[in-house]
Design a binder for this molecule. Structure first.
Ligand SMILES: Cc1cc2nc3c(=O)[nH]c(=O)nc-3n(C[C@H](O)[C@H](O)[C@H](O)COP(=O)(O)OP(=O)(O)OC[C@H]3O[C@@H](n4cnc5c(N)ncnc54)[C@H](O)[C@@H]3O)c2cc1C
Length: 475
């Protein structure tokens, strides 16, 4: 039976492929940390927005975790009404310039787009970035009024969950204080995602906007250590607390040699570069010893960021080693393609079993086994099975482990009555995001485990609504 054709395939209009994102030459960009993608100009954006079919059932919106009215903002672009496009976007997603750069659109809104079936989806992410960048180039409006509510709110952690929660509450008039353990706010957006994907200037613009709303940022404070969570209520007089502490505790493989010099967790590797500016050592205080051959273990966004950063730190051979196949890779497709263009080599179906070192304790190699795919495992993905006798050694100077992270247990351990799941995530009421402690709410990776920026932002937004409702109702 012939496939049933959708109405969109019968349209008389000539449709074209997705407008490519202008990007820097791969050889040049692999030498520095400047942004790879250059962004659409006005003509690109108009052309791309015109590709939208204006579907009566805008299924793209169903693919968006925070349900941005995508067709509305795309049509506003097509009509040349950028202020309206910006307003629609920002109302639904408080971090559009960030999400336009890092959201995995290919598995969300763009996957659902009817155009995807014949040509290529409307480039929702590129258009989101275009509108948000245009908005940043506009003069700032009038200063918002100072906070007028009497209840004060503490936000713990300044990643996307905390930033969005703080912003939403500040707009409702609450005085908000954000406590951050590191010396600069932003969470993974600052210490994890490199500037070649997300320039700090964009994050700083969002944080400055929150400061203009009256949000106070206090860095270098670990809640649960420097200040107990209960003291935020008892001594500091806050009426509610939002926990957005993320999932920054790296997992290790537990293989011999993991403690050798030259082995890093991806979080440490990226933090040294992005937050501590190790690429400017000795002008910056923090060093990072990167040799000529670096192997990164894993296949997610973090692995791509680590291996592409290794190239920029001088690695001539930068490898990704992953025990499953390309089909099971979890990184954004764009990052994978960029990594290939920048000379990264991928070794699929390869399982590291030992890190080998010299007499001085420095890494010299990564012993690995070739794998083949077997029956699906509990995750539904084909289980990698070792091929007998396939052992071999990659000669490398560094090994970077990027095999996942879990929430840091510190806050839960030091806060009586704060319930966690066995894997470390905070237990919350699904509707409100309230934890087992009254007036303590949580969201983002601290609740879900390592996930995405848009999900963390969405959780921060819902928790802010719940906090406002509970405080207004005197609950
Ligand atoms: C390298 C990397 C690349 C990624 N790339 C992408 C991508 O391309 N697209 C995407 O959608 N997602 C990506 N992610 C995932 C995404 O960044 C996270 O899902 C998101 O940042 C989670 O936000 P969050 O606010 O919950 O936590 P985080 O961003 O982790 O922020 C938590 C903050 O809380 C602070 N903190 C922790 N404990 C305390 C405490 N006790 N007291 C005070 N402060 C504390 C931390 O220092 C941190 O600043 C990536 C993650 C990594 C690590």
């Amino acid at each position: 039976m012939p496939a049933v054709r959708g109405w969109y395939e019968l349209m008389p209009v000539k449709r074209t492929d997705k407008t490519p994102m202008p990007q820097r030459d791969a050889t040049d960009r692999a030498q520095d940390f400047d942004e790879v993608n250059e962004g659409y100009c006005f003509a690109h954006a108009m052309f791309e927005a015109e590709r939208c079919l204006r579907c009566q059932d805008p299924v793209c919106m169903e693919g968006c975790p925070v349900r941005i009215p995508i067709s509305d903002f795309v049509h506003a672009i097509a009509a040349g009404d950028l202020p309206r496009a910006a307003s629609i976007l920002r109302t639904a997603n408080p971090l559009p310039a960030i999400c336009g750069r890092v959201c995995p659109q290919e598995s969300q809104c763009e996957l659902k787009c009817h155009m995807a079936k014949r040509f290529g989806p409307v480039a929702v992410g590129h258009l989101e970035r275009f509108v948000a960048d245009w908005e940043r180039s506009q003069p700032l409006g009038e200063s918002p009024p100072p906070p007028w509510q009497s209840a004060r709110i503490a936000v713990v952690g300044s990643g996307p969950a905390g930033l969005v929660c703080a912003g939403q509450l500040a707009r409702q008039g609450y005085p908000v204080t954000v406590y951050e353990a590191l010396h600069a706010p932003g969470g993974v957006l600052r210490y994890g995602i490199p500037e070649f994907r997300l320039p700090n200037a964009i994050l700083d613009w969002e944080i400055d906007a929150l400061k203009r709303l009256g949000v106070e940022f206090i860095n270098n404070v670990i809640i649960g250590k420097t200040i107990a969570l209960d003291d935020l209520f008892d001594r500091h007089g806050f009426s509610a607390v939002f926990i957005g502490t993320g999932a920054g505790l790296p997992k290790f493989l537990g293989i011999p040699g993991e403690n050798l010099n030259g082995v890093y967790s991806a979080n440490e590797f990226l933090t040294r570069i992005n937050l501590m500016q190790a690429f400017q050592f000795p002008e910056a205080d923090t060093p990072l010893k990167v040799g000529k051959r670096v192997a990164v273990i894993g296949s997610g966004n973090t692995a791509m960021d680590a291996v592409r950063s290794a190239r920029r730190m001088g690695a001539e051979q930068a490898l990704v080693v992953y025990r499953r196949s390309e089909a099971e890779m979890t990184a954004r497709v764009e990052e994978y393609h960029h990594a290939i263009e920048e000379g990264v080599k991928f070794h699929w179906l390869t399982n590291p079993v030992e890190v080998i070192g010299d007499d001085d304790g420095w890494v010299t190699g990564l012993k690995s086994l070739r794998m083949e795919l077997g029956e699906p495992d509990e995750s539904g993905r084909a289980r990698p099975v070792p091929i007998e006798g396939s052992e071999f050694v990659f000669p490398v100077d560094n090994v970077v482990l990027s095999i996942g992270t879990t929430p840091n247990p510190l806050l839960a351990k030091t806060t009586p009555g704060l319930a966690t799941h066995s894997w470390g995530g905070l237990v919350v009421d699904e509707q409100k995001g309230e934890t087992s402690r009254r007036r303590v709410y949580a969201g983002g990776d601290a609740v879900t485990g390592a996930a995405t920026v848009i999900l963390a932002a969405g959780a921060g937004k819902s928790a802010a609504e719940a906090i406002h409702q509970d405080l207004s109702a005197g609950l």
